[in-house]
Design a protein around this ligand. Structure first.
Ligand SMILES: Cc1ncc(C[n+]2csc(CCOP(=O)(O)OP(=O)(O)O)c2C)c(N)n1
Length: 565
């Protein structure tokens, strides 16, 4: 009599096992959109302690998971159905993976037993997701669920973090499996989950090189924030009296009010003043930074043989890819910087911050001259300045490509360390910021979160205004409204003799659109109105949107080196 009852108690179906594997890895939130092939999964989620957030597009579910992961240090999880649900979720995985952010996407799929029969929504998810993830799998039977999920979490949070994808067929969700097999290591739910130290011999060589430096410089990528290595970086920069430059993703590596902080360098958000500091360095330490095209202005700043290079990265394939490296330090950024601090001991620096300080002041003087302008359409500099004045230091600001990214990267001063500002710098797809901000707010609800987008981006994320309203999220969306794909028009201006083609679109009253979604909103055309309206929007405690009619990007003085030249 008792035996069948015991068996039932020790058995889960595949969908329940998936939910349990997520829970045991510390997952609390799953973002996604329903579909026919997901019915068993939804039934399992319904009775589970996981919070499910319904989104209006799988692309945005993935961006939300990405924003959540960036601010929590935990894996972000999204889900969608087969076919279109998989093709729509893909862009968010591509961004997260290249940005070293652990996002797990689960797409349900047609049954294993229906494969190859012209079944509606059949798609080769394995091949589709392989190039845009660090690791992916297609399940064929429920018994593999525990092992596959354990491997996904391990892959996402060890080494260079990245995205993972699992295809979960309909019939697999309904198959039974032994509950005793469903176990997880919860430490794999946060990143970096396994820190590795660099080779001590290489640390000694790097310390020797740093002792000889006259103008050392740190260029920090997102790896410093991911590793939470800000304190160790600050200690080493002080020891060497060295400036700290960052990439856009590296913002938050240091408090940008600190004497060592140079700000963002590179072609997007860098200025002639920040470039001059890069050009003057004789020893450069790249930390958690891939020295890619934007950071280095296509490998021209620093010039190829200008400086001796120490390159700290957890991914052994990164150092030496773009610059001849004198000392590669392969390992976790925090442990590598700790080792360098120890190796340098009490070191009397030769470096001097005076030259950097002069250049930094000049950069902000140039900015402030425009930031005080009362011109209409409103200058982007004025927008950055007014927002900066009105958000708390602990606020999270998410910037889309177009006007927001270069302007906020260059001139928005991050007060404090850690992830307080980010943009989707791997692919720069329009329409990321609103959803990433929603995810960030879900992950860190105690602080103000602001999404800044162009009107091109608005068109690619507008549906998620409903998510923002439904969840009553006290976010503020800012739209830089200029009725043009301004970034591209600026490229046509600087590189194609102002032969403008197919870049202008009609003006939209974004405040009216937001109001139709039930969002409190304002349209601002005069600079003098900005302070009062921003204050109301930021303190409203409900979803708000401010549509700011701005100077088009191709007419502005954007901190984008190709256009400045
Ligand atoms: C999905 C996607 N398609 C195309 C692009 C190419 N692109 C980069 S910036 C840009 C224009 C951005 O326009 P908008 O959002 O209106 O901002 P603005 O540049 O006018 O400030 C475009 C089309 C992109 N980044 N992402």
């Amino acid at each position: 009599m008792n035996k069948p009852v015991e068996t039932r108690a020790a058995t889960l179906n595949g969908a329940q096992a998936v939910v349990e594997m997520l829970r045991q890895h510390g997952v609390e939130v799953v973002l996604g959109l329903c579909g026919d092939t997901s019915l068993p999964l939804y039934d399992a989620l319904r009775g589970s302690p996981l919070r499910h957030i319904l989104t209006r597009d799988e692309r945005h579910a993935a961006y939300m998971a990405d924003g959540y992961a960036r601010v929590t240090g935990k894996v972000g999880v999204c889900e969608g159905p087969s076919g279109g649900g998989a093709t729509y979720i893909l862009p968010g995985l591509a961004e997260a993976n290249e940005s070293s952010i652990p996002v797990l996407a689960i797409n349900t799929d047609i049954s294993v037993s229906s494969r190859g029969r012209f079944t509606l929504t059949e798609l080769d998810q394995r091949t589709l997701m392989q190039p845009v993830t660090k690791w992916n799998a297609v399940l064929d039977r429920a018994a593999d669920i525990p092992r596959v999920f354990r491997q996904a979490f391990e892959e996402m949070t060890t080494g260079r973090p990245g995205a993972a994808h699992i295809a979960l067929p309909f019939d697999v969700q309904n198959q039974p499996l032994d509950a005793g097999d469903v176990w997880a290591d919860p430490t794999l739910g946060a990143y970096p989950s396994r820190r590795v130290e660099p080779d001590p011999e290489m640390v000694a060589l790097a310390a020797k090189l740093l002792r000889s430096a006259v103008n050392p410089l740190f260029i920090c990528g997102g790896g410093v924030v991911i590793s939470r290595a800000e304190a160790e970086l600050c200690e080493l920069a002080q020891k060497l009296s060295a400036p700290i430059a960052t990439t856009i993703s590296g913002k938050g590596s240091t408090d940008e009010r600190c004497a060592h902080s140079l700000g963002v360098v590179g072609s997007n958000g860098g200025t002639p003043e920040t470039r001059a500091v890069v050009d003057a360095a004789d020893v450069i330490v790249f930390v958690g930074c891939r020295a890619g095209s934007v950071t280095t202005e296509r490998w021209r700043h620093p010039a190829p043989d200008q400086a001796r290079i120490i390159h700290i990265d957890v991914d052994p394939s990164v150092p030496g890819r773009n610059y001849k490296v004198d000392v590669p330090l392969i390992g976790d950024a925090r442990l590598a910087l700790t080792a360098l601090n120890d190796a340098l001991g009490d070191f009397a620096p030769r470096g001097d911050l005076t030259a950097m300080d002069v250049r930094k002041r000049l950069k902000f003087q140039n900015f402030m001259a425009l930031a005080q302008s009362n011109d209409a359409p409103i200058k982007p500099e004025r927008v950055v300045h007014e927002i900066s004045q009105r958000v708390d230091a602990d606020a999270i600001l998410v910037a889309d490509p177009g006007t927001p990214c270069p302007y906020f990267s260059a001139y928005y001063t991050v007060r404090g360390t850690g992830r307080r500002y980010f943009s989707n710098r791997a692919h720069g797809a329009l329409g990321y910021a609103l959803s990433a901000a929603i995810g960030a707010h879900i992950g860190r609800p105690s602080v103000k979160t602001v999404a800044v987008m162009g009107d091109g981006s608005f068109g690619m994320c507008v549906g998620e205004l409903e998510t923002m309203t439904r969840l009553k999220l006290p976010l503020t969306a800012i739209v830089i409204s200029n009725a043009v794909y301004g970034w591209i028009k600026a490229g046509q201006k600087s590189g194609y003799g102002q032969r403008y083609f197919s870049v202008d679109f009609g003006a939209t009253d974004h405040a009216a659109v937001a109001a139709a979604y039930g969002i409190r909103s304002w349209r601002v055309t005069q600079p003098a109105d900005l302070p009062g309206i921003l204050k109301q929007a930021f303190s409203a405690g409900e979803p708000t949107l401010v549509d700011i009619v701005c100077q088009p990007l191709h007419e502005a003085k954007a901190p984008v080196s190709e256009w400045v030249a």
